[in-house]
Design a protein around this ligand. Structure first.
Ligand code: SAH
Length: 381
């Protein structure tokens, strides 16, 4: 990509937060540009507005991989665009079905060789894509595999979009819901996450309804505030996991930076601005955060905040000492919350969300099911 030739693009380079410190461009995906930017780019080339719409449709709906595939565009324009812009195409490393095909886990390789996982969940209400926002993660939640190797890099808006687009290509069906609950902390990659949200909800793209999108955070307060401001009806999920700072500081270290009082205040503001009830995710860990005292503490903490609590059974992660709470204790925890007037679901009961991969997305992570390598994949297909 010849960025210097895109003179009208003041913002062009700043888009790519994925650029490493050495300044080398790893990825210059045209899908990281906003729809408005693509439109003004084509208008700068002297093209009428309908051309921009055609290009956007090819890129964001049809998933064109080259400009040559854009057969309703004049040949001259196709080669001009190919000179100026790059379309990134993730390559698929492996694809693995779970739950009898209801959940499918994809491993992609993006520019620079970075690998990222995406999960597709077929559910009665549609098809939910669980999107990763970073390669690795630096939040260091004690029970989560994704953060084990630290943060490698942020994903660009285009790379997040590509994960959703690929699901349409692979299944022939448009995904109906998106959850930012894969690897990474979306609000640690805020600018790119917000750009992605604007693109994926734009009617000229796959146009996923904002109300069908949920962003999950471990509690990065500035991100919650920013999400409340963008004017989209996107849902918020907060991985709370503990009712007091002492415990939360240990399980979710970002709490030391944004303690519970600031987190809950940001959630109240979010509700006030968007009118959207917040989901609190609570992973139950045996003997750590699953006692009656913690249940009552959680009810006290969330009092008066319109919300819904989702209890997640812990998925085992190797070389982490934690065990899942046994089912009878899950029920006890749930009952206390309900007695306090809270709305509670437990993931396994509703079967509605990812049951097999939460906290286990880590591309080179091999337990409890082995991640297929490239050479295995070659053998399989
Ligand atoms: N960084 C974001 C989104 C990714 S994690 C966040 O923290 O919300 C998606 C959910 O899985 C979070 O609620 C996370 O705390 C939870 N999780 C992490 N490790 C887990 C594990 N081993 N078992 C069950 N849930 C886990």
């Amino acid at each position: 990509m010849h960025v210097e030739r895109c003179t009208s693009f003041k913002t062009f380079q700043s888009v790519f937060d994925s650029r490493p410190k050495d300044g080398k461009m790893r990825e210059m995906n045209v899908k990281s540009l906003s729809i408005d930017e693509i439109e003004s780019f084509l208008s700068d080339l002297g093209e009428p507005r309908f051309r921009a719409r055609q290009v956007v449709h090819w890129l964001f709906v049809n998933g064109a991989e080259t400009f040559d595939q854009m057969t309703n565009l004049p040949l001259k324009l196709r080669s001009r665009l190919a000179e100026l812009l790059t379309i990134s195409v993730p390559s698929i490393v492996s694809k693995r079905s779970m739950d009898g095909g209801l959940t499918v886990k994809y491993l992609f390789e993006f520019a620079g060789g970075d690998e990222v996982e995406t999960v597709l969940m077929h559910r009665p209400w549609g098809r939910t894509v669980c999107v990763s926002s970073q390669v690795g993660c630096r939040m260091g939640c004690r029970f989560c595999a994704s953060g084990k190797g630290g943060l490698i890099r942020n994903l660009s808006p285009g790379e997040m979009y590509d994960q959703v687009l690929f699901m349409k290509k692979d299944t022939g069906l448009r995904p109906s819901h998106v959850v930012l609950m894969g690897t990474g902390e979306p609000f640690d990659n805020l600018k790119n996450t917000l750009r992605f949200l604007k693109t994926v909800t734009h009617p000229a793209t796959l146009g996923i309804g904002a109300r069908h999108i949920t962003v999950s955070t471990c509690g990065v307060v500035p991100g919650i505030k920013a999400l409340a401001e963008i004017g989209l009806q996107v849902g918020l999920a907060v991985s709370i996991h503990a009712p007091n700072d002492r415990l939360r500081d240990r399980l979710v270290p970002v709490n030391r930076r944004y303690p519970l009082h600031s987190l809950i205040e940001a959630c109240r503001e979010f509700y006030a601005k968007t009118g959207r009830r917040i989901t609190f995710e609570y992973t139950l860990i045996a003997g750590e955060n699953d006692g009656a005292g913690e249940a009552r503490g959680l009810a006290e903490l969330l009092k008066g905040l319109p919300c819904h609590i989702n209890l997640i059974p812990l998925n085992r992660v190797t070389d982490r000492p934690f065990e899942a709470t046994p089912p009878d204790r899950v029920q006890r925890f749930k009952k206390i919350l309900e007695q306090e007037g809270l709305v509670v679901t437990s993931r396994r009961e509703v079967g509605g969300e990812i049951t097999a991969a939460c906290g286990q997305l880590r591309s080179n992570y091999r337990e409890p099911y082995r991640m297929i390598t490239k050479s295995d994949f070659a053998k399989q297909v």
